[in-house]
Design a protein around this ligand. Structure first.
Ligand SMILES: C[S@@+](CC[C@H](N)C(=O)[O-])C[C@H]1O[C@@H](n2cnc3c(N)ncnc32)[C@H](O)[C@@H]1O
Length: 294
């Protein structure tokens, strides 16, 4: 296949077909204003499948033969930016509020589950593991597990490999780097591989949030941050009751910094601080306890 394959720009009809497909498959909302970004993200897909125009690509990816290309297309269209310890305040809540309330149950053989939903390259899940083990090193021996899932198999594979170039590790302080990672030189650049101490607490899985969720156990905490921002209100509103069902009655849901549950009353969630939500009843009971009326 020639590297010099020339493609004309993304036309409106092809954009519409691709946007409809992306929405149906993954909930991603592609807006016309971002057409040039979408065009540049998809150009290498055309090259990879040897197609020389966007109308032909749109036709192919929407056809029965395009099933595997659909996954590649979604992978190319998703934004995978993430950082270690992004939005630190959620890790503070985990360490100061959530885990202290549950540690006795864990010590008595109970389980604790966290879900990093839309985990991208794994920084969120490893940050959860590090923060938790910093507070309670014994967690590695207890029934403490993190599920890290994403629609994009490529990022799930990267996350489960757990090797990060130094430039991606700026959020990890030296103590943590030493304790939880092993340095491995790769040419001129240093890379760091997550040790099994944190890796063994995480299960990685490809999972589309719009599909059925196979998890039988309810979660103590759900991190779904900087994911639903790419969804429209209809898709977001379809997710709240599902998250609520998947979350233990006293569990916590953390969203990204620019994400909100627009109607907490309808969703069954109550706001408990910036981008932090709990089941409405749990929130009311807690508020009541704080007012000493229980
Ligand atoms: C910007 S990253 C967020 C990573 C991490 N949660 C954070 O806050 O740093 C968004 C991730 O959501 C994933 N995503 C998008 N649509 C999804 C869907 N329908 N189901 C599951 N994951 C999805 C993307 O593949 C991407 O890795």
């Amino acid at each position: 296949m020639s590297d010099k394959l020339e493609t004309a720009g993304l036309d409106e009809t092809s954009f519409k077909s691709i946007a409809e497909l992306a929405y149906k498959e993954s909930g991603l909302q592609l807006v016309a204003e971002k057409m040039s970004m979408i065009q540049s993200r998809l150009r290498h897909r055309l090259k990879a499948v040897g197609i020389d125009s966007f109308p032909k690509y749109a036709q192919f990816v929407c056809s029965d033969n395009g099933i595997s290309e659909r996954r590649e297309m979604i992978s190319a269209l998703t934004t995978n930016v993430s950082h270690f310890f992004r939005e630190q305040h959620h890790f503070d809540i985990l360490q100061t509020k959530v885990l202290p309330a549950k540690i006795d149950v864990l010590r008595k053989g109970g389980r604790f589950r966290v879900w990093s939903a839309g985990c991208s390259n794994g920084q969120e899940a490893y940050s959860i593991a590090m923060a938790s083990l910093d507070s309670y090193p014994e967690l590695s021996q207890l029934d403490f597990k993190i599920l890290a899932s994403d629609i994009d198999q490529k990022v799930v594979d990267f996350a489960s490999e757990g090797t990060y170039p130094q430039r991606l590790l700026s959020g990890v302080n030296q103590d943590r780097l030493k304790k939880y990672f092993t340095e491995c030189r790769d040419g001129n650049e240093s890379s760091f591989q997550a040790k099994s101490l944190i890796k063994s607490t995480i299960a990685f899985k490809e999972l589309n949030l719009l599909s059925d969720w196979p998890m039988k156990q309810q979660m103590d905490v759900i991190f779904c941050r900087n994911v639903i921002i790419y969804f429209d209100a209809v898709t977001q509103n379809s997710l709240w009751p599902r998250f609520r069902k998947q979350l233990k009655p006293d569990g916590f849901l953390f969203l990204g910094h620019s994400e909100r549950i627009s109607d907490p009353d309808l969703s069954g969630f109550a706001n408990q601080g910036p981008t932090t939500y709990r089941h409405k009843n749990a929130h009311e009971e807690l508020a009541c306890k704080e007012r000493k009326c229980l």
